[in-house]
Design a protein around this ligand. Structure first.
Ligand code: XIL
Length: 368
């Protein structure tokens, strides 16, 4: 074949692939729009140069969140500099494709720059730094980021508050006072951008367990005392193919939304065992993975207060799971490395397509 013919063939087969994908039916975002739920994915703005990445994202999702670009280490390379450029690219992409933007995150024990963690700051200096950070970042994205994970992952599995730079090492001056430092961050956040929805976000909090009980107790107390909070993020990083640990997800969402809080599923992925070559070890696992996606999506869709469902990335080409599990697990997302939809995608699509949203259980207190 001559070069011209090869090029023509490539264009034609690309078009066929594109239209046959469309012919399969509507996208996740089209069904999600009908059901008035947000369907999101975590993104890396450096990948916006990859056409398949952009096309899939724009076609399937109505919300995005920076996977890393808004974290301290990314946005705050040194004490005096705020690097908003990658975050601004996420916002621009969302505008171009009519998507909402979630923000992640303003206070976390991880992904902090060395100048901060090794800086030997006093509690009062750390308090000022955190206050300044929350204020500057939220003001920069005011009107662009509609919801923020203000605080991320502060509890241990047993429900105790985890040691961290912000709590007790040395902390912002509220060491030993449980979640009072979390409360402080939420108050600063509401002052910085009164229109943004403020979320607490954590992992291993899908079912009813000591950790999700601790989250529930904290947010219930916040609501009772008027501490500003609008929602709880349930990360849903799943590494177990049985639904045992997450069986109570629906009940957990119900008790949180009964407080007048929204729930977002924020970081859904389902890691599968990989063989030595990095391939899915067992073909049956893809189906089991699909059932987990179906289970989680159904638990969310059933309740009006569960207003967003987001996956942590969307293609197995780019996922934190293999790195995090040292190669043991992977293939955790909706699309394979070639952007082909997996059984998990079809399961999610069918849930979004099928179920009527309940108007009774749970409330969505703030609608922006
Ligand atoms: C992860 C990212 O996916 C990685 O790229 C990064 O190296 C570390 O952070 N819980 C969270 C997310 O709240 O911010 C984490 O994201 C995954 C676990």
């Amino acid at each position: 074949m001559r070069l011209k013919e090869i090029l023509l063939l490539a264009i034609v087969s690309g078009a066929v692939a594109f239209f046959s994908e469309k012919a399969v039916g509507q996208s996740l975002r089209e069904y999600a729009d009908q059901k008035k739920i947000l369907i999101g994915a975590a993104v890396e703005p450096s990948l916006f140069k990859e056409p398949a990445y952009v096309a899939t994202l724009a076609r399937e999702f109505n919300m995005i969140e920076a996977e890393n670009a808004l974290k301290w280490a990314a946005i705050r390379p040194d004490r005096g500099t705020f690097n908003f450029k990658p975050g601004d690219e996420v916002v621009a992409f969302a505008k171009q494709h009519k998507m909402k933007v979630r923000g992640h995150t303003l206070l976390w024990s991880e992904y902090n720059p060395a100048w901060l963690t090794k800086g030997k700051f006093t509690p009062s200096q750390l308090s000022d730094l955190l206050h300044e950070h929350i204020t500057n970042v939220m003001k920069h994205y005011a009107g662009e980021v509609f919801a923020w994970d203000v605080v991320n992952e502060v509890f241990e599995a047993d429900g105790d508050v985890e040691p961290s730079i912000w709590y007790d090492q040395p902390g912002i001056g509220l060491n030993g006072q449980g979640t009072v430092y979390v409360e402080k961050a939420f108050r600063w956040a509401r002052e910085a951008d009164p229109r943004a929805l403020l979320f607490y976000n954590d992992y291993d909090t899908e079912g009813l367990n000591p950790k999700s009980d601790a989250v529930y107790a904290m947010v219930k107390d916040f609501k009772r005392r008027g501490v500003p909070i609008d929602g709880v993020g349930i990360q849903a990083h799943i590494f177990n193919l049985s639904t045992k640990d997450i069986a109570d997800l629906e009940a957990n969402i119900a008790r949180l939304t009964a407080l007048g809080l929204q729930v977002h599923i924020t970081e859904l992925d389902v890691g599968l065992p990989l063989d030595a070559k990095g391939q899915v070890a067992n073909a049956v696992d893809l189906q089991r993975q699909a059932e987990i996606y179906r289970f989680i999506a159904a638990a969310c869709l059933k309740q009006a207060g569960c207003t967003a469902l987001q996956t942590w990335g969307f293609t197995d080409k780019y996922s934190w799971v293999p790195g995090f599990t040292k190669g043991a697990k992977g293939a955790a997302l909706l699309f394979d490395k070639a952007y082909v939809a997996k059984p998990a995608y079809r399961a999610l699509l069918s849930v979004l397509k099928g179920r009527k949203r309940s108007a009774t259980s749970g409330t969505a207190p703030r609608s922006n």
